[in-house]
Structures are given as structure tokens and as C-alpha cells.
Write a protein that binds this ligand. Sequence first.
Ligand code: ATP
Ligand code: MG
Length: 192
Amino acid sequence: MTDIDDFAARLKTLTDGRASAPRVKDGVMTLALDVGGLAPERRDAVAAAIREGGLMLPGVTDVRIAMTAERRAPRIIAVASGKGGVGKSTLSANLAIALFRLGHKVGLVDADIYGPSQARLLASEDQKPQAREKRLFPVESPLGIPMLSMAHLVDPGKALAWRGPMVGNALGQLIDADWGDTDLLVIDLPPG
Ligand SMILES: Nc1ncnc2c1ncn2[C@@H]1O[C@H](COP(=O)(O)OP(=O)(O)OP(=O)(O)O)[C@@H](O)[C@H]1O
Ligand SMILES: [Mg+2]
């Protein structure tokens, strides 16, 4: 294995497969890095690590990283049932926790307009999400799982008056929030 092959292999782990194969020409290493969905600090840390690693290779005098911001939507696991009270919320919370413990970057969306319960289940009732440029930022539950709930968008008691399209828009807002590097979203759906 050449140094550059070795570096390319390490790059894969370091960037979670977000970097293209590095090329070196006239001492300049170039590669593309997909930074979509990465928090700015994480993005900068990854770029700095690549630069540092690249410059350590013999013959490399400069490292140029082209960042692409292709947004990667997280994969969705929807928990639904026609009936109420069958354990959707309990299952969603436990599923999110189990996936988190397995090392997945998982987030939780409580889409139950009738009775959002995830804030209580994950003990984040005291937290309010921030919004920046019309985009929501999930709250961090004490276990470390980022989450957003319909309860964050409406006042308690108003929820019952919702109509279909409003629910769709609100759910869209929750899913389109800034989930950072979260790659799996568990969604606790309302009954029916
Ligand atoms: N596997 C289970 N075995 C026994 N009881 C359970 C189980 N899962 C959930 N429960 C209990 O059933 C009740 C309803 O659970 P949960 O709130 O998760 O259901 P839900 O489908 O989300 O309800 P809703 O439709 O009101 O949102 C709760 O009291 C919960 O503790
Ligand atoms: Mg529920």
C-alpha cells in the first residue's frame, strides 16, 4: 500500500465516507468533501484533520478541499398505528434509545398533535428549540438524543383544532429542522 492509499483508507473512517479519493499532483492534494448536514464545528474539525493528515504525507505541500453542501436527509423510521394507546410512543422512545446506544446518530420527532408525549418520556419538557432563519434546531434530551415535538410548535390545548394540511406543514418543519449529522429519524405518529 502506498502512503496515499493508506491515507485514503483512513480518510474513509475519518469522514464517514464523505470524502472523494484524494489525488496528488505537483505536491498538491485535492479532494471533495460532502459537508451536507454537518454542524459547522464538525465540518471545520474534519477539514482540519484532513489537511493535517495530508500534509504529513511525503511530497505533499498543499491540501485543497472542495466542500460540497449536498444536504443529506436522514432516513426515517415511522411508528404508526390506526389505533390509539397501543404503545407507539413507548416504542418510539425505546427504539430511539436502543439505536442511539448502538451508535447510530438518531433523532426523535414527536408528530402526535393530539397528545405529544415524547418530551415527557425523554425528560426534555423544560427545553425549547431555537430557530435560526426559519429553521428549527432540535433540543438535546438528557440522554443525548436530539428531538423535536409538535408540542414545541403549539400551545397545549390548541392542538385538537388542527386540520390536515396544517399538520402536514408542521410535520415538514420538524423533519426539515437542522438535524446536524443525524442519519436516522424515529417519528412517533398520531393515531390514525
Ligand atoms: N409493551 C407494552 N406492554 C404493556 N404496556 C405498555 C407497553 N407499551 C406501552 N404500554 C403502556 O400503554 C400505554 C399507552 O402507551 P403509549 O402512550 O406508548 O401508546 P400510544 O400508542 O403512543 O398512545 P397514543 O395513541 O395515545 O399516542 C402507556 O400507559 C404505556 O405505559
Ligand atoms: Mg403516543
